[in-house]
Design a protein around this ligand. Sequence first.
Ligand code: PLP
Length: 389
Amino acid sequence: MNNSIYLDHAATTPLRPEVLQAMEPFLAGNFANPSSIYRPAQEARSALDRARDVIAGALGAKPQEMIFTGSGTEANNAAIKGVALASRDRGRHIVTCAIEHHAVLHPIEELVERFGFQSTIVPVDEYGLLDLAALRAAVRDDTVLVSVMWANNEIGTVQPVAEIAALTKARGIPFHVDAVQAAGTLAIDLADVPIDLLSISAHKFYGPKGVGALFVRSGTPWWPLITGGGQERNRRAGTENVAGIVGMARALELRMWERLSAYEHARTLRDFLFEQIPARIPGTRINGHRDLRLPHNANFSFEGVHGESLLVALDVAGIMASSGSACASGSTEPSHVLQALGVPNAVAQGSLRLTVGRDNTQEQMERAVEVLAGIVGRLRRLSPVAGRA
Ligand code: PLP
């Protein structure tokens, strides 16, 4: 995107050339259905098997425990509805967290509104960390699922998933983790942490859009969300997106190889923003936890500024950013995440999420800070908003 600066990697990431290269044989050339029996179909099947091995290996899972899906959203829906509906004779209570993505909250709401389930939403503290004592108290004898994200998409806060997993395992309750923001950035070892279901999405780690995966540990109650053909061992019907799955595997493999250096690169750039933005712009608040957060995520609120005007002005200046989760922007409601943190509405309205990536440079950060400081100053002079401290 020529001279512009892309700072919205939590919304999506660019497709890496190496990933496109791995996908190309299955985009053009070999178009065979991997369920057919002739040779190109067998090659497509082998490519799927290899991709499954790579993804399972990167997550510490067994290949047969991976189900390919059409998105992170589908993986979350399949996990939540799949376990809940398979367990409904045992109990109808689900525990989740206040700052989950809508791809978790909405399926749970649906189960409550249409299928007679109850839910308990565990609160978070002012930094977005889940209250473990409240989670422990929320779990009941009829709880059939606990779902908590690994890392938050808006504020980057990383949850204590290993502690939650120990707790759910002790109670014998399936634990689902939405790792869509964490996969490719944080170390995930399902051989070590007793998580039962885990969702990932390729476009968040430089893979293609519209392809995700769900880990389902052997023995977890399961009811398939999508039925039809017998693909994915009868757990998710539909002809496989061979190119997309091959691309997802290549993208995850590359991210795992470069994980530590990518982490450092992102953290250095992000910490520059954390240091410079509050120093240059008075009335700045950093949202989320200072240390327990994704290395590439920065989230600010600027007193006296409206987030949408800020995003529009940044766009004109060639900076692509977001006001919260991509799906929530466009709405003038303060994000449910910032509300759960207790950020006052007037402050939450002026929020900005900057998420850096592998192609960003120090020089771009300097320019972004310069441009942002100018825009916030101008907006504050032009239209002082109610609630400004
Ligand atoms: N979960 C989280 C935490 C996300 O950030 C997203 C996407 O923004 C999703 C789920 C949905 O993933 P997808 O875009 O692949 O449907």
